[in-house]
Design a protein around this ligand. Sequence first.
Ligand SMILES: [Zn+2]
Length: 318
Amino acid sequence: MASAAAAASSSQNTNPNETDSETLLDEKEMKKRRIVRDSNLRRTISSTQWPIIYSPHYNITCFGLERCHPFDSTKWGKVFKICEDAGWLTKENIVEPNEAKFGDLLISHTYFYLKSLYWPCQVARAVEVPIVALLFPCIIERCLLKPFRYQVGGTVAAAYFALERGWAINIGGGFHHASSNSGAGFCIYNDITISLQFLFNDTSLKKLIQKAMIVDLDAHQGNGHERDFKGDERVYIFDMFNYSIYPRDQEAKEAISKAVRLRKFTEDAEYLRELKANLKQALTEFLPDIIIYNAGTDCFENDPLGCLSISAKVSIFI
Ligand SMILES: [Zn+2]
């Protein structure tokens, strides 16, 4: 799962009469603003760098235990190496993110959920690798949680770069099964929710970002940011997924603004036809200030989890 953000039109609010006094904000909103103000996740970028974010810290290895799950937990490094070997990217022309700290994560996650990650059983359940429950918390922290937190930092940095450059890519993130108080499906932290909360609550942006669209083309139905943004009219969720596989979360599905259900082993032509028609319709219903795109790498025909039949040619295109 890779996450990318692209800025669309801006709708800067310049109405001087609008009531925006911090005194009228509730304590929750004030807390979010303080988190953004005190964070170091927003990175600077030089004129010689691309708005592409990656860190070797993304990759998860833990004495070979990572092979207990069909998910490739070092795929982010492989993607970067392919791009590097092809001469498209170098370590110098990309940006390394900072690790999201406990305080940053609180912009979306509950304190109790974050504290629960000190329990190996909780992490083992979220990453679906039972043997993780037998590891020492310090090993889980270093080998598992830290890489995820770097990827969260990458998605937040990408969201900001998209505002500066018009587009940005994080070669990581896209953890759409994690919500504010729960982790699941190899997702611990909800990086997409966190990045949007940063933009919505960053007073330095002067309300540049008021409406966001999430385009989720991962083969699985998203159910993390769906739960986080349920009932929030600022966020439109477009989700195209194989309905016969995990998570089949009906409650979360109610928060999806445009759900496109795909049959098992859907092929290129049908996939592209559905994507084009439904995305076009979504953009007539909702004009976002920014689009967060969760790239669907598990739509690929050889992926063991997605059960779709999208060729490499089309997988690269989407
Ligand atoms: Zn997936």
